[in-house]
Design a protein around this ligand. Structure first.
Ligand code: GLU
Ligand code: MG
Length: 470
């Protein structure tokens, strides 16, 4: 059955039977008491309902109740009014995805499952981000392509249980000192993720005070968004176990370097005989791009200002997205250029077919990863349809060029405020088509609400009020 049909009794029965087997297994092992069923709201906050294992069967068939009001929530838990969205009446059903149910190593007794949100009548909720992302994967597949994605996670660790940020390490950026300082913490984290089936690629101390980064292997795009949720909550739980506090906020200390949530994305041919190949490598284009790989990248590049509404959705995002901070504040692309919003990663020559991908750097972890994936795939698909071309690559920090040079090379500074990104989003035809009017107006209303929430605030106030939200 497709995601957009009404859930039939037969599928509910299948879900129930499967959940019963999972619950029996959990009970036999005696290790899981309850399941945290999560979804991510339009402000990038992971919201949850927990069910005891004995209720999993019913939850799998009929869902867990959740109010639609969260569609218009802001990061301070206030809400805005938006036509056709939110409000106090009605009930949605969180349907846990049993394919992804995972016992949580750092939260003994708990398992986790990401949810799709359905209406009472069994139809997909029109504002469900995970279903929207899945639909974009299906549309790409219908055109003969697949995508692979991974979110890079940067976070800062505080040794204070309070709301001030006190870095939990003091060694230099990228230094072994900083790794030694939190040695057990980092290995506990790696072990927890391995136990949960997450393929960690690497961990390292990052640039900002108290900052670390963890990267994971690429996978199907919806799986990558689920993995981001799981990785983030695992980091949060392992931190708490060590008496530490983790923040994924775009900016943790005003004036410092922020936390990015770079998205790695590659386009693959999805041949029926399963001989799929990476279209970011092995082509005749610049740095080995195929024509399709370039067109997909060109689609993403052309829509970056609008994509920021989904990938840099907080007012604090624009304190991070500034030139010369490796955040990618300019819409341009370049081979391995950390100041280009689109950093093309070609991989080593012998490994390019595996490794080549686009790293989109201008995004952060305030993003709802499902919305961002949906939007990236939609703009990439539009680039394919238009056989988009990339301009000349840029291999310098655009901030070091004269304004004339920047314009002459077709480099565009990205919006420097959330309000600017909202305007680009509302004018974007491709995202309007992919998201539909209701989604666009709801996201725009939520973003405007965030802008109003922080009106007149200093960077310090914005940072303080955002620091522990994501
Ligand atoms: N912390 C930087 C950011 O805000 C990224 C550093 C890096 O290139 O990994 O995105
Ligand atoms: Mg980094």
């Amino acid at each position: 059955m497709g995601q957009w049909d009404i859930l039939e009794q037969r599928e509910r029965d299948e879900r129930a039977a499967r959940a019963r087997r999972i619950a029996e297994d959990f009970e036999a092992r005696g290790t899981v008491s309850a399941v945290a069923v999560t979804w991510v709201d339009n402000s990038g906050i992971t919201r949850v309902k927990g069910v005891p294992v004995a209720r999993l069967e019913r939850a799998a068939a009929w869902g867990v109740g959740m109010s639609p009001c969260f569609d218009t929530f802001l990061i301070d838990d206030s809400s805005v009014s938006a036509p056709g969205a939110g409000g106090p009446s009605g009930d949605l059903r969180l349907m846990p995805d049993l394919d992804r149910i995972t016992p949580l190593a750092a939260q003994p007794g708990w398992a986790w499952a990401p949810a799709d949100r359905y209406r009472q009548d069994g139809a997909v909720h029109p504002l469900d981000a995970r279903s929207l992302a899945r639909r974009e994967v299906e549309r790409l597949a219908a055109d003969g392509y697949a995508a692979r994605a991974a979110f890079e996670v940067e976070w800062c660790v505080s040794q204070s249980g309070g709301d001030e940020f006190v870095p939990a390490c003091s060694g230099p950026a990228y230094s072994m000192t900083r790794l030694v300082e939190q040695s057990d913490y980092l290995t506990t984290l790696i072990d927890a993720l391995r136990t949960q089936g997450v393929a960690v690629d690497q961990v390292h101390p990052e640039y900002a005070a108290g900052q670390y980064e963890l990267s994971v292997a690429a996978e199907d795009p919806v799986g990558a968004a689920d993995t981001l949720v799981l990785v983030r909550e695992t980091i949060r739980a392992v931190s708490a176990g060590f008496g530490l506090r983790a923040t994924f906020s775009p900016k943790v200390v005003a004036g410092g370097v922020g936390n990015g949530g770079h998205v790695h994305l590659s386009l693959w041919s999805a041949d029926a005989d399963d001989q799929s190949s990476n279209l970011m490598a092995g082509g005749d284009g610049r740095h080995g791009l195929t024509a399709d790989g370039e067109a997909f990248a060109g689609g993403v590049l052309g829509h970056l200002p609008a994509l920021l509404v989904l990938g840099a959705p907080a007012v604090a995002s624009y304190l991070r997205l500034i030139p010369s901070h490796w955040a990618g504040a300019f819409a341009c692309w370049g081979l391995e250029n950390r100041e280009a919003a689109l950093r093309f990663v070609a991989g080593s020559p012998g490994d390019a077919a595996n490794a080549a991908n686009l790293e989109i750097k201008c995004f952060d972890l305030a993003a709802n990863p499902y919305l961002l994936i949906a939007a990236l795939l939609a703009t990439g698909r539009a680039g394919l349809a238009a056989s988009a071309k990339l301009p000349d690559p840029v291999d310098v920090d655009p901030a070091t060029l004269s304004a004339e040079d920047v314009a002459g090379r077709g480099i565009k500074p990205l919006p420097s405020s959330l309000g600017g990104a909202v305007a680009a989003f509302e004018a974007d035809d491709v995202l309007a088509e992919a998201f539909g009017t209701l989604f666009v107006s709801t996201v725009a209303a939520v973003r405007r609400g965030e802008v109003a929430l922080f009106a007149g605030s200093t960077p310090e106030q914005i940072v303080e009020r955002t620091r522990w939200k994501h």
